[in-house]
Design a protein. Structure first.
Length: 350
């Protein structure tokens, strides 16, 4: 049968987007390999040609040209006159040794993401979280049991918390507040950004006891040990320190609606009159159409029994149900949403 046979349907739909989606993980793997080869750090010293880069990174010449040009096509490198240099994004976030370095986060994504997502079909059939090892859970795998791996992961997250802290510093009128608690604040990087931008603030980083050593090391290195205090505890079992503002970033997506409301009820008791709770996550748009946010939610369901992103409207409903006044919501970083709840007597944010 030929294509001119009238029995053969004519399909006037370009399959290109489907093919690109099918191989989308290939681009990510090119990035992961470039980070493992430390290629972007090598280029921080200046442009190189393919031969020079192969020598600097132990890149085999048989694959070098396609690999480097693919990185240029992905806008991670810039190629000019046969020489390569870092793109602005690579220079800002992929050069090892800089405070903004995301390589640790990218490495751990490579280690944990692919094995878990390779079991998506099984999860869709069973509803069960897909930990590759029952003793290793969540996005960070077993990094809590490996101090160096955990430190590398948190260094990657610091690049996000630097920007998130800067946005929170601008988005909220902190002049009427004197203290805040960063719930699940890890090693205190977001708290450090806020106290540097608003020196009148007293800060507490609240996290599990195992986080205390990496908090002390990081905050001490920043010279802020007298400005940020660490409080150890469990969100659901131990007292939450009282403060004017309590920040919950990437916390509620680890729990279901019942657990989230239970935590917010405890937060309500800890927020001082006139204060506020600030919640940010990759919340799902109320119409559930943003694919990136829905994929983020699906990932949380893959790695946890109760987690998942939640709609902005859901978050606002939970806050009202637990006694907070609705303080509205706004986008953060183009990828997250900030929802604000106010305690009694609050006059509003500017």
């Amino acid at each position: 049968m030929t294509t001119t046979d009238p029995a053969v349907p004519i399909i006037d739909v370009d399959p290109g987007p489907l093919i690109r989606l099918t191989i989308a993980d290939c681009g990510a793997k090119v990035l992961h390999s470039a980070v493992q080869l430390d290629l972007f750090t090598a280029l921080a010293a200046g442009p190189m040609d393919a031969g020079e880069l192969a020598g600097a990174t132990a890149l085999h010449p048989r694959l070098a040209a396609d690999f480097l040009d693919a990185l240029a096509g992905l806008e991670l490198l810039i190629r000019e006159d046969g020489r390569y240099r870092n793109s602005p994004h690579a220079e800002a976030y992929l050069v090892q040794g800089r405070d903004t370095y995301l390589g640790g986060f990218i490495d751990l994504t490579n280690e944990t993401l692919y094995g878990t997502w390779g079991r998506l079909t099984e999860a869709l059939r069973t509803g069960e979280p897909q930990h590759l090892d029952p003793d290793k859970g969540g996005f960070v795998g077993n990094s809590h049991g490996d101090p160096e791996k955990m430190k590398r992961f948190l260094q990657g997250l610091d690049a996000f918390s630097d920007r998130m802290g800067a946005e929170l510093a601008r988005a909220i009128d902190w002049s009427g507040h004197r203290s805040f608690v960063d719930l699940g604040g890890a090693r205190g990087n977001l708290a450090a950004v806020l106290v540097n931008r608003h020196p009148h603030l007293d800060a507490v980083c609240y996290d599990l006891p195992r986080t205390a050593p990496i908090f002390a090391e990081h905050v001490g290195r920043l010279g802020l040990a007298d400005r940020i205090r660490f409080a150890a505890g469990d969100f659901f079992a131990d007292p939450i320190p009282s403060a004017d503002v309590i920040v919950l970033g990437h916390i509620l997506h680890g729990f279901d609606a019942v657990q989230s409301r239970r935590l917010l009820a405890r937060v309500y008791e800890a927020v001082r009159p006139g204060g506020a709770v600030l919640i940010y996550d990759r919340m799902i748009d109320d119409d559930r159409r943003d694919a990136d946010r829905l994929l983020s939610s699906l990932h949380m369901r893959l790695v946890s029994r109760d987690g998942g992103e939640y709609r902005v409207a859901d978050c606002r409903d939970w806050l009202r149900a637990e006694g907070f006044a609705d303080g509205g919501h706004r986008p953060l970083l183009g990828t997250h949403t900030l929802v604000i709840g106010r305690s009694a007597g609050h006059e509003g944010e500017s």
